[in-house]
Design a protein around this ligand. Structure first.
Ligand code: PLP
Length: 371
């Protein structure tokens, strides 16, 4: 059996260190905030080469709080991508703004700058870009659109810790970059955790205040806020794991390269394409099956190989967005790909024999069923 992800292997490799860090945090009776949290915020900001990192409860809150603190609200429109996790769009609605979806680029599967430009209206205030699968969006085009139209730019980096665009980490291009440290992300805690990074000190301060009940110091509530703070135990786990994130990303890149080599002759699939001058961190290795995806999926399942779909239904077509009355042809590329994409097993501890087995099974499937 080859799992889609196996978090146990990583824990086993670092068990002593992680257990010690968790134990120490509990002994200090640090549970919310404290030195572990400060240490993590500083290390993460340094790693990304950004001025401020404010930790929050999870990656969804990170997007919501960033939008809200940029002043997005009722009467505004915010553009995001049709193919993402619902956190990218539900947070826009949470602020009171209207979500407007844009299609994806055919090779990269990230938001299409041309369609973003086409969707801009006088009400548009911001664009939420998603660096999907660990691949990076076209930041030159997107920053230039946002700058010239006076729009805020938020980067949802939940799947792209340390992915790079022309030598610079994603999350540092726009007004704010948001991260999730959900357990299965490239850098994952042992529960919920998230952060916002920014070079804007005023914005960082407002985010910190809002996420802490509107107070910087206890009982000094300057505004009404929410409760979205990082648990100390999660920070302790992250402080151990942050030392390995670069190595883990390299492992993911090696596995991706191996897959791409082993699958290069299969004409019925399209392999992931890394944008020029960029560093893809392969949170997911997503192929596109030009034929018989469902059959391939059950063929792999019968051989004990787990796969997944990211995502089975594009956001605009989910029942949650029925009120927007979209149809598939409004997002021709994302809609076509929804029926073709397949995420293969991918995690840093995946063994070479497993990568070979998955690849061989895919080759065998298309060989044996050639029409
Ligand atoms: C995981 C994820 C989020 C949200 O993260 P949580 O920490 O689970 O709230 C947001 N956007 C994308 C693209 C994600 O993959």
């Amino acid at each position: 059996m080859i799992p889609f992800v196996d978090l146990k292997r990583q824990y086993e490799n670092h068990k002593a260190e992680i257990d010690e860090a968790i134990g120490r945090t509990i002994s200090n009776t640090d549970f919310v905030g404290g030195s572990q949290v400060t240490e993590f915020e500083q290390s993460f900001a340094k790693l990304l080469d950004v001025n401020f990192c404010v930790s929050v409860g999870n990656g969804t809150d990170a997007i919501y709080i960033a939008l809200k603190m940029l002043g997005i609200g009722v009467g505004d429109e915010v553009i995001t991508v049709a193919n993402s996790w619902i956190a990218s769009s539900e947070t826009i609605t949470q602020t009171g703004a209207k979500v407007v979806f844009a299609d994806i680029e055919p090779e990269q599967y990230t938001i299409d700058p041309v369609d973003v430009e086409a969707k801009i209206s006088p009400k548009t205030k911001a664009v939420v870009v998603v660096h999907l699968h660990g691949n990076v969006a076209d930041m030159d085009a997107l920053t230039s659109i946002c700058r010239s139209r006076g729009l805020y730019l938020i980067e949802d980096c939940a799947q792209a810790h340390l992915s790079e665009y022309k030598g610079k980490c994603v999350g540092t291009f726009g007004d704010a970059g948001t991260f999730s440290f959900y357990p299965s992300k490239n850098l994952g805690a042992y529960g919920h955790a998230g952060a916002v990074v920014t070079n804007n000190s005023d914005l960082a301060q407002r985010i910190r205040t809002y996420s802490n009940h509107g107070a910087l110091n206890k009982y000094d509530h300057v505004v009404e806020g929410i409760n979205s703070r990082l648990d100390s135990i999660q920070a302790a786990v992250l402080n151990v794991k942050i030392k390995y994130i670069e190595h883990w990303n390299e492992q993911r890149r090696k596995i991706a390269k191996r897959y791409s080599g082993l699958l290069s002759k299969v004409n019925q699939i399209q392999l992931p394409v890394e944008r020029t001058d960029c560093k893809h961190t392969y949170h997911l290795y997503v192929i596109r099956c030009l034929e018989r995806r469902e059959e391939l999926r059950s063929y792999l399942e019968d051989r004990g190989i787990q796969t997944a779909l990211h995502y089975p239904t594009i956001l605009p077509l989910l029942p949650a967005y029925g009120y927007l009355n979209y149809c598939g042809t409004d997002f021709p590329i994302a809609f076509e790909y929804q029926h073709q994409i397949l995420s293969l097993p991918m995690f840093p501890e995946m063994r070479d024999d497993e990568v070979i087995s998955v690849s061989e099974a895919i080759v065998d499937f298309y060989d044996s069923t050639r029409s």
